[in-house]
Design a protein around this ligand. Structure first.
Ligand code: 1GP
Length: 248
């Protein structure tokens, strides 16, 4: 069992807090991770679309691991930032990327590093949705086969592809600080076609949105922006997830 299977078995639905090493000192990252852990988050993800400096990632992972007991999982944007001190990595393939780099090249470069340091890879079909007028950072940085908010069939196709390929989970990404998260209709359609764990992130701003996504089929909710600002939202969101899980 990988770390996410273990957590899902124990808690049924999960919350992950994403910390971008570029946005604060490692000490501050550790402090924020500890607050999120206090609210009941199940794992700390470390990563961001722009971080390039591997040593910052190393230091951030180090302080977070010293600060919290929940697992720390790397959420990389390239093979260059994989540090040897992380125990788990989202081994991502950005399925709707037009760039070979995000489909295979970074993964091939990352494999020997992951092997050498014995980092647990979590094979993830990463699907980036375009839900909002204002393009998100990832939409600006990667050439995508666009999946608009109503392109339900396309989103289902990519998700079923991930399952067919034998990936462990799909991560449905609306982009950091998206104006809107992925739609409930799209999520329900994907849920009805695949049995993989579904991670949903981007633009989830409160408990009500969280309930909608969990009801529509999400297994894991990710918050990033909230860790940098109104961190209290994470308390509300985790409480909602726990409440929903208690009735499963
Ligand atoms: C981004 O899905 C994450 O990769 C989190 O998004 O910053 O909108 O919470 P937010």
């Amino acid at each position: 069992m990988n770390i996410i299977e273990e957590l899902l078995q124990k808690y049924k639905k999960l919350h992950f807090s994403l910390i971008d090493p570029d946005r604060q000192t490692p000490e501050e990252a550790g402090r924020r991770a500890k607050i999120c852990e206090g609210y009941g988050t199940n794992a700390i993800m470390v990563g961001g679309s722009t971080v390039k400096d591997r040593s910052i990632v190393y230091d951030t992972v180090k302080v977070i691991k010293e600060s919290v007991e929940v697992p720390t999982i790397l959420f990389p944007n390239s093979a260059d930032i994989i540090p040897e001190n992380v125990n788990h990595i989202f081994f991502l393939r950005l399925l709707n990327s037009k760039e070979k780099k995000y489909l295979i090249d970074e993964q091939v470069r990352g494999t020997p590093i992951v092997k050498k340091w014995n980092i647990e890879p979590i094979s993830t079909g990463y699907i980036v949705m375009s839900t909002s007028k204002r393009p998100t950072t990832i939409e600006k940085n990667v050439k995508l086969h666009k999946i608009q908010i109503n392109d339900i069939e396309k989103a289902v196709e990519y998700s079923v592809y991930a399952e067919t390929l034998g990936m462990f989970c799909v991560y449905l990404e609306a982009g950091s600080d998206a104006e809107r998260p992925i739609s409930n209709e799209m999520l329900q359609a994907i849920r009805s076609e695949i049995s993989l764990p579904i991670i949903v992130g981007g633009g989830i701003k409160n408990g009500d949105m969280t309930k909608e996504k969990v009801d529509a089929g999400a297994d894991i909710i990710v918050n990033g922006t909230a860790t940098e600002g109104n961190i209290k939202i994470i308390e509300e969101i985790v409480k909602k997830i726990r409440l929903l899980t208690s009735s499963i």
